[in-house]
Design a protein around this ligand. Sequence first.
Ligand code: AMP
Length: 280
Amino acid sequence: MKTIRTISELRSALADAPRPIGLVPTMGYFHEGHLSLMRAARAANTTVVVSLFLNPTQFGPNEDLDAYPRDEARDLALAEAERVDIVFAPSVEEVYPAGFSTTVEVAGLTEPLDGAARPGHFKGVTTIVTKLLNMVGPDAAYFGQKDAQQALVISTLVRDLDMPVRIEVCPTVREPDGLAMSSRNAYLTEEERQRATALSRALRAAEQALERGEVDAGAIIAAARHELDEAGIEPEYLELRSAIDLTPAERVNGSTLLAVAARVGRARLIDNTMLKGRSA
Ligand code: AMP
């Protein structure tokens, strides 16, 4: 496995790399969620590139960029164990040199949910993902369903800008007690870690309500909300939306996304589930 720090070295290393090339973009501090994307990329590509870049432009001024957990040595060892070929770990200056002034924005899909809660976040994401796709030129890029809105936004980005890459969205990997894996789980104290399981319990409660035949948004959300209330968690959002275009859903109908964000202690956690109803 090669660790590469500059765009020019990356381009030389990839010039004669055998295709297909799979790219897994990450911000590091790997957990099983990241490793599952590397495995999916390894299974379907001859060359696997993982980018490890804590992208400052997707963090708001009062967010956790400085506190975000990092352990590059551990990440490199984990990537190597997954038979990754190249880890691209550039500096901030390499990615955003003086004079950097171009951004890429996706309208509409980036407005609700995390777009509303984190102004500017998706502009940072779509700009860095565009840059990484241009640097690597992969045949496929791998993202997690854990960040469902991000996956939709990126699929739209590559479609709208005619980028010749396939976007693969991989299932959310969870701890045995249901908590979605996240680098930010490292912020949780033991007590908070316990309370945080209410997010996935809330999603399961909604799924169970649907199984009982409930399709009304209000009732589904109330079932989920009850689990959060029990744990003393006030959601930043808890919303049912179309999984196609993120417009608000009045009822579960076809593919509907139930998405939640909440602060637990210092950690801002997100999770979601796809509720499949009967199509209209
Ligand atoms: P991050 O390093 O948090 O930016 O995540 C890098 C990629 O891993 C993104 O595509 C995430 O959606 C994905 N990811 C993060 N957590 C999980 C998880 N628990 N299961 C599956 N994918 C995940």
